[in-house]
Design a protein around this ligand. Structure first.
Ligand code: F0G
Length: 462
C-alpha cells in the first residue's frame, strides 16, 4: 500500500485557538491600519503569515533543550550544533546567529561594499534590505517562468544562467563580491532549484572568481523536490542530495526557523577558515560570541535535533502533500493558485483573482485582508507592498514581478481539517471578489515597509 497522506506524528500538547466574529475582525484590522502584521496573533484563527519560527517542535527537540549548556564560551551545546551542521550540510566552519537575517547582516557587512552588486535567483525581503541598507544592489535573475503563475514546471526557482553570465560580464566580477542562490526560491512562490541549475550557477560564479553562497532556509524541501522531480536522484537519500547541493557552494546563510524546525536561530557556514575568522569579528559585535551567536544553548540543541528531523523523508513526503492539498482546496474555492505548489506555502495570484485592482492599489493586500475579515485566516502579501523599492542609483521605483498572496504553512502545526476550513473561507471571499476594493498607503517607512505600513481602503472599486 502506498504511504497515505497522513500526519506522521501524533499530538501530545495542544494550544487552543480563539474564534472571533466578523465584526470583531473588521474592527481589529481597522485598528491595525489594515496591515495584518499589526494584528495580535491571538486574534488570528489560522495563521499562515509565515512558516518561519512557527513550527511545532518534537518531543526529542524539547527534551534536548533541557540539556542545553548555557556557558558563554565553548558550550557543549555548540559542539552538538556544529556537528549536526557539519553532518547535514557538510561545511567545516559554522557560526551561529540569532536568525537568518543576522547571518545575512554579518556576511554582507564583511564582504560587500556600497555600490557593489549581489546576484541571486531572487532575494528575499531581508537579504534585499540588508544589501540596500549597505548601499549595495540586490539583483534578481530568476528564470522568466518564475513570474508565470500558470506554467506547471518542476524547477521554476532556477537561476537564469544566461542572464547571470551576461550580468557578470557587463558588471565585471570585481563588482560582485559574492553570488547567491536561494533554495527554495521563496520570493518565486517557494519553487525549487534543480541540482543541474545549482551546479551550473556555482560553475559560473567560480569561473569568474566570485564566492558562491546559498541562502539555505528551505534546503530540505528543495532536496526533496530534486529527489522526486530531477532524473537521476530518485534513489538518492534527501541527506545525500542536500550534501551534494552544498558541495558546490563556498558557504551558506541559514534561517533555522524554517527547515531546522525550530522557533529561533540561524547560522553561517563556510569552507574557508580565513573567511570564518573575518566573519567572526563581525559576529561578536553584532550577534554574540562564536559559540552562541545570539542564541541560548538550548536553542542550539533544538537546531541540532531539528536539522536531522527536517531531512526525514516520511516528514517531507507529508509536508509536500499537505501543502499540495491546500493548493487543491484553494483552487476548488476559485482562487488562481500559482503552479506548481511550493514546499512551504501556497501562493495565490491576486492580480488574477482580483483583476480589477491595479498593482498600485495592492491586490494582494486586499485579498489577504478579506481572508482575515471573513475567517480569521492570516496570510501575507508578496507583491508590490513588499517588494517595490526605489533603485539606489536612479530613484526609479522598481515594481514586484507578481502580486501574490502567500499561505505559508507552519511545520507540523495544522491538520487537514484546518486546511479544509481555509478552503471554505476562500470560497466566501471569492464569491464577493468583484466588490473587493484596493488599498492605498497613508504612511510607510523607506525599507521593509510592508511590516509597519499604514493603509486605507480606497473609497470605491475602480
Ligand atoms: N532568506 C529567505 C529565503 C527567507 O525566506 C527568510 C525569511 C530569510 C532569508 C531570513 O530569515 O527570518 O530567520 O531572519 N523568511 C521568513 C518568511 C520571514 O516569512 O518567509 P529570518
Amino acid at each position: 500500500m502506498p504511504i497515505p497522506f497522513i500526519e506522521p506524528f501524533r499530538i501530545k500538547v495542544v494550544e487552543p485557538i480563539k474564534q472571533t466574529t466578523r465584526e470583531e475582525r473588521q474592527r481589529i484590522l481597522a485598528d491595525a491600519h489594515n496591515n495584518l502584521f499589526g494584528v495580535a496573533a491571538e486574534d488570528v484563527f489560522i495563521d499562515f503569515l509565515t512558516d518561519s519560527g512557527t513550527n511545532a517542535m518534537s518531543d526529542r527537540q524539547w527534551s534536548a533543550m533541557m540539556v542545553g549548556d548555557e556557558s558563554y564560551a565553548g558550550t557543549r551545546s555548540f559542539a552538538r550544533f556544529e556537528a549536526a551542521v557539519q553532518e547535514v550540510l557538510g561545511f567545516p566552519y559554522v557560526l551561529p546567529t540569532h536568525q537568518g537575517r543576522g547571518a545575512e547582516g554579518v556576511l554582507f557587512k564583511t564582504m560587500v561594499s556600497a555600490g557593489q552588486y549581489v546576484p541571486n535567483n531572487r532575494h528575499f525581503d531581508t537579504t534585499q534590505a540588508n544589501l540596500l541598507a549597505l548601499g549595495a544592489h540586490p539583483v534578481d535573475l530568476a528564470v522568466p517562468e518564475a513570474s508565470d503563475p500558470q506554467r506547471d514546471l518542476p524547477f521554476k526557482g532556477n537561476m537564469d544562467l544566461e542572464k547571470l553570465e551576461a550580468f557578470i560580464q557587463k558588471t565585471g566580477p570585481g563588482n560582485i563580491p559574492v553570488g547567491m542562490l536561494t533554495v527554495t526560491n521563496n520570493s518565486a512562490a517557494g519553487q525549487p532549484v534543480s541540482m543541474a541549475n545549482l551546479r551550473a550557477t556555482a560553475e559560473i560564479y567560480h569561473r569568474h572568481g566570485i564566492p558562491f553562497f546559498i541562502d539555505a532556509c528551505r534546503f530540505a524541501e528543495n532536496a526533496w523536490f530534486i529527489k522526486n522531480r530531477e532524473p537521476g536522484y530518485a534513489d538518492r537519500s534527501v541527506g545525500e542530495i542536500a550534501r551534494e547541493m552544498f558541495s558546490y557552494a563556498d558557504g551558506c546563510t541559514m534561517s533555522a526557523k524554517k527547515d531546522a524546525i525550530v522557533n529561533i536561530g540561524g547560522f553561517i557556514a563556510c569552507r574557508d577558515e580565513n573567511l570564518k575568522l573575518k566573519l567572526a569579528e563581525r559576529l561578536i559585535i553584532q550577534e554574540g560570541f562564536l559559540t552562541y551567536g545570539g542564541l541560548a544553548g538550548r536553542d542550539l540543541e533544538a537546531i541540532a535535533v531539528g536539522l536531522r528531523e527536517g531531512i526525514s523523508e516520511d516528514y517531507l513526503a507529508y509536508r509536500e502533500r499537505h501543502t499540495a492539498y491546500l493548493g487543491d482546496v484553494l483552487r476548488a474555492a476559485g482562487m488562481s493558485v500559482y503552479l506548481p505548489t511550493g514546499g512551504h506555502a501556497v501562493y495565490v495570484d491576486a492580480a488574477q483573482t482580483l483583476p480589477h485592482i491595479p498593482p498600485a492599489q495592492f491586490p494582494g493586500v486586499a485579498l489577504a485582508n478579506m481572508l482575515y475579515i471573513e475567517g480569521g485566516v492570516r496570510t501575507v502579501e508578496i507583491g508590490s507592498l513588499m517588494f517595490s523599492h526605489p533603485d539606489p542609483d536612479t530613484g526609479q521605483v522598481l515594481t514586484a514581478p507578481n502580486e501574490l498572496v502567500r499561505f505559508a504553512i507552519p511545520r507540523r502545526v495544522y491538520t487537514r481539517s484546518h486546511l479544509d476550513y481555509v478552503g471554505e473561507v476562500a470560497s466566501v471571499v471569492v464569491r464577493q471578489s468583484e466588490k473587493i476594493r484596493g488599498l492605498e498607503i497613508t504612511w510607510a517607512p523607506e525599507l521593509l515597509r510592508h511590516f509597519i505600513a499604514k493603509l486605507d481602503w480606497v473609497s470605491s472599486a475602480n
